[in-house]
Design a protein around this ligand. Structure first.
Ligand SMILES: Cc1ncc(COP(=O)(O)O)c(C=O)c1O
Length: 408
């Protein structure tokens, strides 16, 4: 048997040190895992959602469902978007997927031919790259700029595209993908930046995809705008899911929205339905549970309110502590639940981000993710979900580690 060339792109930097962590744990070392963004680990999935899951099982909802999702869930999604973003969706505009992750597989497989490309913004969510490359595509990188509080500067994006057009390179750019709020930087993009990106996407006929999986996890008085509020009349796709906002990563429920009806959007909706049909169905009881999760607005508001308040306190507290470390500098996040400190490797006896994360795990038992996994090799990423005591412990260890490795 010979593996395909492209299979080498299937890598997940967030989990790459799990085996080392497991080995250390088996030898009795205490390991704090700040690598995976898994809310149910610290915030139990709300009881009303668990109850709905159990009810679905009791009602025998254990078979295949409609390939693109059950009517109850599509109705709940449509109501949520009407309520929150004043967006009208018909049932064909919605495709339910096995986590947002599956939507990435579908989209790349349906759009990318050999040597096509897509615009991603560094630092990016790592799983965007494997599906693009596995399908033969190449990323073109633009930036969330650290010096600009990790914001996007649309003028720079426009300048790069102008140059690409001059060289005849824009035709093979199949999409531009933004993450808002962003993982790993916590950036919440403001409305005017989004409007500018929509204008650029229109000007260069590049469909815009917005991953909005953290759309309700926004704090420090930041205001979230969905691309659907500014992208009217342009082909665009919204990606979202139940993992983070409905605190149910293990249910594996995601969805994509294709709200427009231009020719490209129409063709894309049909193709996405075909992809869904090829893999048959999404987890049945989980779809019923997420429909209830969305429809029970009172319970949801209570649950998400408590969770976001706790995340705000934890992320702000952790950022403050990290900024006391003179070898690190950290921009405060306003959304999601990650922190992305920059490391002054020159002042430490450490080569790079890989060595930093590896040594931090082995010496101090703190597992974080190397920045190069997100396309930012001067950084590392911490998950800010755990309670204060755990964050205090972990950051004290990080600070002790940096002091120990400081070049004398
Ligand atoms: C930006 C972003 N998109 C997608 C996902 C994966 O979502 P799902 O659990 O729905 O596959 C994550 C998970 O961390 C994420 O951070």
């Amino acid at each position: 048997m010979q593996l395909s060339e492209r299979s080498r792109y299937a890598v997940n930097p967030i989990e790459e040190e799990d085996k080392v962590a497991e080995m250390l744990e088996s030898k009795g070392k205490k390991i704090i895992k700040l690598n995976r963004g898994d809310p149910p680990k610290y915030f139990p999935t709300p009881k009303y959602i668990i109850k709905a899951y159990k009810t679905a099982l009791d009602n025998g909802k254990t078979g295949y469902t409609a390939a693109d999702g059950i009517k109850e869930l599509k109705d709940a999604i449509a109501k949520r978007y009407r309520r929150s973003y004043n967006l009208s969706l018909s049932k064909d505009d919605i495709i339910v997927t096995q986590g947002l992750s599956e939507a990435l597989m579908f989209i790349n497989s349906a759009l990318i031919n050999e040597s096509d490309s897509a615009i991603l913004f560094k630092p990016y969510y790592p799983m965007y790259v494997p599906w693009l490359k596995i399908n033969g595509g190449n990323p073109i990188y633009e930036n969330y700029e650290e010096g600009n509080n990790w914001n996007i500067n649309p003028e720079k994006v426009e300048r790069s595209l102008k140059e690409a057009r001059r060289r005849g390179k824009t035709k093979r750019i199949k999409y531009m993908l933004i993450t808002n709020p962003n993982n790993p930087t916590g950036t919440v993009l403001n409305k005017s930046v989004l409007k500018d990106l929509v204008d650029i996407a229109n000007e260069y006929s590049i469909p815009l995809i917005s991953d909005e999986i953290y759309d309700e996890i926004v704090f420090n008085k930041a205001r979230f705008t969905s691309i659907s509020e500014v992208a009217k009349g342009t082909p665009y796709v919204v990606l979202n899911g139940a993992s983070k906002i409905y605190d149910s990563t293990g249910f594996r429920i995601g969805f994509m929205l294709i709200p427009e009806d231009d020719k490209l959007s129409q063709a894309f909706k049909e193709k996405m339905y075909n992809y869904a049909a090829v893999r048959l169905s999404v987890n049945s009881p989980a779809q019923y549970a997420v429909a209830e999760a969305m429809n029970n607005v009172t319970e949801h508001r209570r649950a998400i309110g408590q969770m976001v308040k706790a995340i705000e306190q934890r992320a702000n507290h952790a950022t403050r502590l990290l900024n006391e470390n003179k070898y690190l500098s950290t921009v405060k996040p306003n959304g999601a639940f990650y922190i992305m400190p920059r490391v002054d490797f020159k002042s430490l006896k450490i080569k790079n981000d890989r060595e930093f994360t590896d040594l931090l795990l082995k010496k101090e038992g703190i597992q974080v993710t190397r920045g190069s996994g997100f396309g930012a090799d001067s950084h590392f990423r911490i998950v800010a979900l755990p309670p204060k005591e755990i964050l205090d412990y972990a950051i004290n260890r990080i600070n002790r580690f940096c002091k120990a490795y400081h070049k004398r």
